[in-house]
Design a binder for this molecule. Structure first.
Ligand SMILES: NC(=O)c1ccc[n+]([C@@H]2O[C@H](COP(=O)([O-])OP(=O)(O)OC[C@H]3O[C@@H](n4cnc5c(N)ncnc54)[C@H](O)[C@@H]3O)[C@@H](O)[C@H]2O)c1
Length: 253
């Protein structure tokens, strides 16, 4: 018996990183997963690896309403229903606020915030129609506190928590639980920046993160599984920080 037997879950940004690990873990726990991304080749390869009976890939740019409608239709056609969503797709840009071009700010809002809203709007009615289920939104530890140098990103990740809370309130009667994941530094393409010395980055995490290391995408996937499964049946509307203790407080030594 898997923790997600019988469930059908749409996961955005599932071609790599945390979304890929979520798709792999959910499939291993019995779910059928619909992987959406704009990186078609790697996305298709992950779905193929999971097998036709377990997984389907759809091209899904989360900023586009019509692609959400098509993804939901494809999921229903392939697996009959949809009762779960993980809004995981996201982008980051590094800039101080006063140097951030408007189009950069707006593109972060479009993907991280509008994409999450469109996902809730497109999928929640399907989950209600299926008799209830779950939505997990991917915020960040920058959804809980400020982080210099990623102001636009931080703003969108705060917004994701607002969306999470309101969606939880509005969808509870329909049997939909909505929670958010707030990862700290996780070892994916997003955090491995070109031109940055990996040894220096490892040293940064060793000294700054109480648990002494960067997080693994598989560890985030485990939290997403908890929030998608019945193990979290009385939890809704909440942010869950998974950051190796980074936000716990200030260490003097
Ligand atoms: N890596 C970290 O340190 C970290 C920390 C906190 C939060 N997060 C969040 O976790 C989530 C997953 O990021 P990751 O670490 O796996 O990074 P990643 O860059 O490996 O994965 C992000 C995925 O989202 C996809 N994506 C980007 N724009 C898209 C769009 N418009 N439509 C559909 N898919 C799109 C990318 O193609 C990619 O597959 C993101 O929301 C990110 O903001 C990451």
């Amino acid at each position: 018996m898997g923790k997600l037997d019988g469930r059908v879950v749409v996961i955005t940004g599932a071609a790599r990183g945390q979304g890929e690990q979520e798709a792999r873990l959910f499939a291993a726990e019995g779910a059928r997963v619909v992987l959406g991304d704009v990186l078609d080749e790697p996305g298709r390869a992950v779905a193929k690896d999971l097998g036709e009976e377990r997984a389907a890939y759809v091209h899904l740019d989360v900023t586009r309403e019509e692609e959400w409608a098509a993804a939901v239709a494809a999921a229903k056609e392939r697996f009959g229903r949809v009762d779960g969503l993980v809004n995981n797709a996201g982008i980051v840009r590094f800039n101080e606020l006063v140097s951030t071009p408007l189009d950069e700010f707006q593109s972060l809002v479009q993907v991280n915030q509008t994409g999450c809203f469109l996902g809730i709007r497109a999928v929640a009615p399907e989950i209600v129609a299926a008799g209830g289920g779950t939505i997990v939104n991917t915020s960040s530890y920058t959804g809980m506190t400020g982080m210099a140098g990623v102001g636009a990103y931080t703003a969108t990740k705060h917004a994701v928590l607002g969306l999470t809370r309101v969606a939880a309130l509005e969808l509870a009667a329909g049997g939909v639980r909505v929670n958010a994941i707030c990862p700290g530094a996780i070892d994916t393409a997003m955090s491995n920046l070109e031109g940055v010395d990996p040894a220096a980055t490892a040293e940064l995490y060793r000294t700054r993160v109480p648990l002494g290391r960067i997080g693994r995408p598989e560890e985030v996937a485990s939290l997403a599984l908890f929030l998608t499964s019945e193990d979290s049946s009385y939890i809704t509307g909440q942010p869950f920080v998974i950051d190796g203790g980074w936000l716990a407080g200030v260490s003097l030594f």
